[in-house]
Design a protein around this ligand. Sequence first.
Ligand SMILES: Cc1ncc(COP(=O)(O)O)c(C=O)c1O
Length: 406
Amino acid sequence: MKKDYVALRSKSSLNKHDILTISGLANKDVKKGFKTINASVGAYYDEEKKFGRVPTIENAIKEKFSEKMAYAAVTGHENYKKGILSYAFGERLKTIKEKNEIFFGATLGGTGALSIAFNLFTDTDSHVILPDVMWSNYKLIAKKANCSHRTYKLFDESDNWNLKSIKEEVDDEMAKKGRALLLINDPCENPTGYSMSKKEYEDLFAYLNKKGEEGELVVLFDIAYYNFSDTECPLFEMLEGDLNFLPVVIFSCSKSFAVYGFRCGAFIALCPDKESKEDIGNAFRAQVRGTVSSPVGPILHSIGEVLNDKEAVKKVIDEISVNKMALVERGNYLTSLLDEAGIKHYPYKSGFFLTLKVENAVATFDALAEKHFYVVPIDEDKVRIALSGISKSECLDLVNALKEVL
Ligand SMILES: Cc1ncc(COP(=O)(O)O)c(C=O)c1O
């Protein structure tokens, strides 16, 4: 008789269409010698298909990594905290600090920050409120954090960003539970590439500030791709205002600094007072100690050293900008090809991904995979293209293949 070692509550597995699984299929095809296009995984490669490095960060890692091999503090090194806060908020940090008590915790990537946040802010009978067109891993992170999820419609029937739907979901959760956890992934939303406008942020914040009067309203702002937006994200300016809800910025070093494999990020809560900062800090530290023990000290130290050196930061910004501009150009090219071919997609502004509206996502995936072209089926009628990983000439090949299979 087959023994069933895995406990009931842990019985789950990665979806057949998990992004890293699909990327594995593409890599196998490459090894077999097929002309392959891997538009599945979210990492930036340049036009020559070279990994999009940020040399100043990479050199610092080579030089500094071994300086701090001991355990890091549970919330990370001080130089990392100082460096990330000043890198993320820039000149706005002064006002944000005056108006809030900032709790900062280093994490294992943005994923680590999300997992901690889902654990900290939901009970087992409450939900995290996610966009309906989303990075699919949110659902798995929620499941493993033992909470449920519900979704708001990211766009309305006319493809406009949909505050009405956010309001309906948050209102309902607040009415039932007296508290709510909402997630906004902006700018360069994964998987659509949409970025919210200033007006959309103003309307969102007006609603959140009013709603926050009713109870504990926590909003996670996942800014994993913000360095790849072609305009400054209005979020940062909005965070300088008076806030009546708890914003938590989910920061990821993976994409911006091209350090995906090192697993570093941050959980940044803008708390209204010292008491809530202490409560959140206590819960954060317990969550870390009871799961991964502490963050990855050597990488925090290396990045911290760079971000506390003004000249190095200028170089980092320039280096990221080269990657960003190339991606903006590629995105414009891909959208023009799709629009010319009449292939429908969600509104794309910038970033790593674009999502097609198709009739049958799995059939589209299968037909493309036969040609050794790999995209990611999302739900029944959406297909994600990671344009971050393909060159302009591959964009053309992919659109030609789509014209055949759709
Ligand atoms: C929307 C979004 N948020 C967060 C992350 C987390 O990235 P990491 O854990 O590598 O920092 C990703 C990674 O793909 C993502 O797409």
